[in-house]
Ligand binder design. Sequence first.
Ligand SMILES: Cc1ncc(COP(=O)(O)O)c(C=O)c1O
Length: 417
Amino acid sequence: MSITYIDSAIDCAKETECLHTTNADPSASQIPSEAERIESLVAIHGSPLMIIDCDIVRQQYRALKNALPGVILHFALKPLPHPAVVRTLMQEGASFDLASNGEVDMVAAAGVPADMTIQSHPIKRDSDIRHTLDYGCKVFIVDNINELEKFIPFRDQVELFIRLSFRNADSYADLSKKFGCSPQQTIELIQLAKDHGIHIKGLSFHVGSQTAKPEKFVQAIKSCAQIFHDVADLGLPALSTIDIGGGFPFDYHHDVLPIDEFCAPIREALVQLPETVKVIAEPGRFIVAPSVTSVSSVMGQSERDGKTWYYLDDGIYGSYSGIVFDHGKYPIDALHREGDGEVERFPCVLAGPTCDSIDVVAEDILLPKLNNGDLIIGRLMGAYSTVTATDFNFFKKASIISLNEETENYTERLMSA
Ligand SMILES: Cc1ncc(COP(=O)(O)O)c(C=O)c1O
């Protein structure tokens, strides 16, 4: 699925100036309030709008990096595949996790060195393998014999991970339902790879997106540690790396541990591995979830069964698609201007623009009385939201803009490229 983005170093630089006061004498000008900044962005880019704050991407990446020292973080592009996010993380020294040719093309366009990437989709066409190899990425993931055999023609070029399945109903997406094999099948695949002269680099897993408890990671790491031992005991070629996947939870509802605490038992489990074992991870959601704010506007309103229905220019078929596909429950409010003070609120319904009656963003939300054209703000919408948006009924998808990208380095890089 493609997403629209307004993207150039010049645009981003302009936005950054909009956000921060750049006046040499701060007393000479008032720092614009968040409401003023959002209104001015809507005046430039229109509504609906998705605003990526690259500062937040940076902070989230650093928080996870600090919580998992020594672990190489491959940002999984899928929750928010945007060039500004890629460039921001590249500047942080991140590596990348790719799952399709489109993602390969995006990191290639941003100038990401191919040896900082892995292709982690367990099922690939021959053409996908070739496209990824043409870019220069040579690390892939397999979880079955059919897939392993696809790599026989490329045996001299590739390094493979075997993905294990660890079911987890207690996550937003139990990714081990669809992918991954058992420990027994893993040994068989390693044996078969040896027979074909294919290099198996290590083991990987994904314990499920938004995994609430770190124990799932700990159990999976322990199972992999056992397989590392079994491989050695069986005299099979030694494995060098473990990929602990994604799934690190973002605290949407104040019900998951802060990331450092969450990762404490994971760190403990990792130090039990032989010192020579390298560790990588594929975080997506945690890095981008809080980085995006959605702005939509009221197109119209009607009184239905004693409640006001406000019809927005964005909805379930657009940026709020995560409500359907990703258990999304985002904080939503009307744009609040400083000086508005405490306003009286009324129960109302926020509906999307399409003619489908499931296109309802919030059934019972308390909002002030709104006028047509007023702005509605959705927060924490960085992960798995815009990527699943459609343009059903030809309602245009939200424009996506990015703020606070460090454009200086980027410009320098462009000039030296
Ligand atoms: C193979 C793989 N890696 C990484 C991720 C990112 O997971 P998360 O966003 O839960 O961190 C996913 C999500 O679907 C995935 O399928």
